[in-house]
Design a protein around this ligand. Structure first.
Ligand SMILES: Nc1ncnc2c1ncn2[C@@H]1O[C@H](COP(=O)(O)OP(=O)(O)OP(=O)(O)O)[C@@H](O)[C@H]1O
Length: 585
């Protein structure tokens, strides 16, 4: 139960509703117990009339009518309170589920990119959906069933003992067995359901991937192979489902068997006691038969509840693992730190923790606000990593990075991120309209600003070419943009923000060199008083930059302006010649 302690704060938050639920539950059970009592009493009245102990038929009818009215009233009240009980407990559990989901989601948003690289998306989704649902079973149904069972037990058993103590003892004997049996069966059911779920998600992933990759499957003629794989996976899934159905089929017959057994005990032992005179009327047997049936379901729920609590504990443990993680990138300054954009790296090293890859080695350079830096290098040379250090996606392993002469860690993290417009290598667009995708960079942007940004990113003409223009919805069931269009919408998103620092990670790789030239000219104009860093494979992107850095295997191997580097016999000139030759082919 240690892990579930995390939820106590929510119990405190909803204490009044829970207390009300408790009172309502007790009331519902007390009214429920009236029913067997008055049915027992009615049987006794009829028995007395049949035996000739009472001869006035009118009196018998009057008493029976009275009892019927009481039974009706008690049933109605018990039903009403049971309804209110569910309303209180289940509503509270839904509220706690909502709170917990928000808590987990907020934590996800706080955690650094590192966390997302270490954990699979499916895992993150499961914790917020499946695990939270299992925890809800503990704060809702499990709590409600426990309170119902305890109150019903106290109320019913008190009545039973008062009426016939020995018969009570015999009647209760099979009930713990019922509890244990239900516990075992529901445990097996849960285990097998998890396996079924696992296969379901395997099937989903398989189908989803085969739909996404349908063009590869078709062009390689792999349809039959993929079909066979699907059938085999589907067959395993079916077998797991059959395993589950088999054990589920046991559940109700077992319950009926054990209830029947308890009923037999009541009839046999109770009957003998009536014969021997220990119990003075048949009404008691009728009353007890009803009590046994009333107790069966709560007793069965003891098994259920034990299972629910176990599962909730396991789920909460998984949730806690994430909730207790500290973001690896922390904000050390809550004060305001306006940013101008003078960036300096001093002997910066960076090693990726997970792989131990030394992505940056002894990097030093300086770039002032209003200047443009181009970073050129082969794939894997550390270009993206360098940009990520400026956005504090990661902190440098060694050395210092300063912005406006302040170490980057001492800047308010929010101010830093606000001051940066970042276009990542693989442009990500949300399944939303193009306008909203651009507006993401500046929430309060006007339509004119959106169009202006799109024009500067040289994508406006493409957008108005779509029948719905800026309202064209992207993504699933929406239109898919070409790689180059995506990159340009992503650029528009960054420049609409008008940030002090613009970071472009190879974001013109999918456009031809002429379009690149137009966009670059626009970007130089937009970023006139800003700091702009452009990462590229292409020398053409770097040509007009105020400074060019050539990276190789994490190290700066050349530095200078285009003309200087062209005059040196180094990797920059090699790259230039290679790209020129490719262009002329
Ligand atoms: N998240 C990561 N975890 C571990 N290693 C990484 C990670 N990201 C990059 N690396 C490694 O760090 C090195 C530098 O990668 P980086 O992405 O910075 O190169 P790049 O120059 O931007 O390459 P490209 O032009 O292909 O994008 C590579 O060896 C890469 O495998």
């Amino acid at each position: 139960m240690k892990e579930l302690r995390h939820l106590n704060k929510y119990f405190v938050k909803y204490k009044w509703s829970l207390l009300l639920g408790l009172v309502i539950t007790v009331a519902a059970r007390i009214f429920a117990v009236y029913v067997p009592q008055f049915i027992g009493d009615s049987t006794h009245v009829v028995e007395q009339y049949v035996n000739g102990e009472v001869t006035d038929l009118a009196l018998v009818k009057k008493e029976l009518l009275n009892n019927i009215l009481i039974i009706l009233g008690a049933t109605l009240l018990s039903a009403l309170f049971t309804f209110l009980m569910r309303q209180t407990f289940i509503v509270v559990s839904r509220r706690i589920e909502f709170d917990l989901k928000n808590e987990v989601y907020t934590q996800y948003q706080n955690l650094s990119i590192n966390f997302y690289k270490k954990n699979r998306t499916g895992d993150l989704m499961n914790r917020i959906s499946e695990d939270v649902s299992k925890v809800r079973m503990y704060v809702g149904p499990a709590l409600m069933y426990s309170i119902t069972t305890i109150t019903l037990f106290v109320v019913v058993i008190t009545y039973m003992i008062k009426t016939a103590p020995l018969l009570t003892l015999y009647t209760l004997v099979p009930l713990p067995f019922l509890s244990i049996a239900i516990y075992k069966i529901s445990r097996t059911i849960n285990k097998r359901s998890s396996v079924v779920q696992l296969y379901l998600s395997k099937l989903n992933t398989f189908t989803q991937e085969s739909f996404s990759g349908i063009s590869v499957i078709k062009s390689y003629g792999l349809e039959n192979q993929v079909n066979e794989d699907f059938v085999s996976l589907s067959d395993s899934s079916k077998n797991k489902n059959l395993d589950l159905v088999r054990v589920q089929a046991f559940f109700f017959p077992l319950m009926v068997l054990l209830i029947g057994f308890s009923n037999l005990i009541v009839i046999y032992i109770g009957g003998n006691q009536v014969i021997s005179g220990e119990i003075d009327n048949f009404g008691v047997i009728v009353e007890f038969l009803m009590y046994v049936n009333m107790l069966t379901w709560p007793v069965a729920t003891v098994g259920f509840v034990a299972n629910m609590v176990q599962q909730a504990e396991a789920s909460q443990k998984r949730i806690n693992e994430f909730l207790q993680q500290e973001p690896s990138i922390k904000n050390y300054n809550e004060g305001k730190t306006p940013i101008d954009g003078n960036i300096e790296f001093k002997n910066v090293n960076f090693t990726y923790e997970e792989t131990n890859i030394e992505a940056l080695k002894n990097i030093s350079f300086k770039i002032n606000s209003g200047e443009t830096l181009a970073i050129i290098g082969k794939t894997g040379s550390g270009k993206s990593t360098l940009l990520e250090l400026i956005a504090r996606v990661y902190d440098a392993t060694e050395g210092t990075i300063t912005i406006d002469n302040v170490p980057i860690e001492k800047l308010n993290l929010n101010n830093l991120r606000e001051a940066i417009g970042y276009v990542p290598q693989d442009a990500f667009l949300f399944s939303d309209s193009i306008a909203n995708n651009i507006q993401f960079g500046k929430v309060d942007a006007t339509r004119e600003e959106i169009i202006e940004a799109a024009k500067n990113a040289y994508v406006h003409k493409n957008i108005i070419g779509f029948s719905k223009g800026y309202e064209t919805v992207l993504g699933e069931r929406g239109i898919t943009l070409s790689g180059g269009q995506k990159q340009r919408v992503s650029i528009a998103r960054a420049i609409i923000k008008s940030p002090e620092i613009l970071l472009f990670d190879d974001c013109l790789s999918a456009v031809d060199t002429e379009t690149e030239e137009i966009i670059l000219n626009n970007l130089y104009r937009v970023a006139k008083n800003k700091t702009m860093i452009m990462v590229s494979h292409r020398v053409s992107t770097a040509k007009n930059a105020d400074k060019i850095i050539v990276l190789e295997d994490g190290k700066i191997v050349q530095e200078g302006v285009h003309q200087d580097l062209m005059n040196q016999n180094g990797p920059y000139l090699d790259l230039y010649n290679k790209q020129l030759a490719e262009k002329e082919k």
